[in-house]
Design a protein. Structure first.
Length: 147
């Protein structure tokens, strides 16, 4: 094998490794519109948020759940079964519009709908979403990400 062939093989292998790393990083979807305005963000569970909403009222929070986009039903559910059966008491209303997404931004929706996500936003326990069905609301969402 000539020296030129060996160099080409090494460069091709390096390119393949770089491509694999790029694909690996791309699979982690992420959308951010800035941080919570410089405010401290409190990380909590969705269970704790639903069980003790007064503790988080008016605070910037970070919480995980299953995201859904639907007409009058944008929400963050506790789990996939709750989402499938529309157990809205196991969910909080979510306002995704502060992320800069249009109401029916399909690429944005397909990236996150039905997936387990981490969300940062402002919690309002008095706002219950459409027809008061939900256990609170996350407004002014500043970050949504999933793997």
């Amino acid at each position: 094998m000539s020296r030129r062939t060996k160099i080409a093989a090494v460069l091709l292998a390096a390119l393949a490794v770089a491509l694999l790393l790029a694909v690996y990083q791309w699979r982690f979807a992420f959308h951010e519109r800035g941080t919570a305005g410089g405010f401290a963000v409190e990380s909590t569970s969705l269970i704790s948020l639903i069980a003790t909403p007064e503790k988080y009222e008016g605070k910037w929070i970070q919480v995980e759940g299953v995201c859904t986009f639907e007409f009058e039903g944008n929400a963050l559910y506790l789990g996939r079964d709750d989402r499938r059966h529309r157990f809205t008491k196991n969910a909080v209303w979510a306002s995704w519009d502060t992320l800069g997404a249009e109401p029916y931004d399909l690429p944005f929706m397909f990236k996150f709908d039905g997936r387990h996500v981490l969300v940062e936003g402002y919690f309002d326990s008095h706002s219950k979403g459409h027809l008061g069905l939900f256990s609170g609301a996350i407004t002014n969402v500043t970050r949504i990400m999933t793997e």
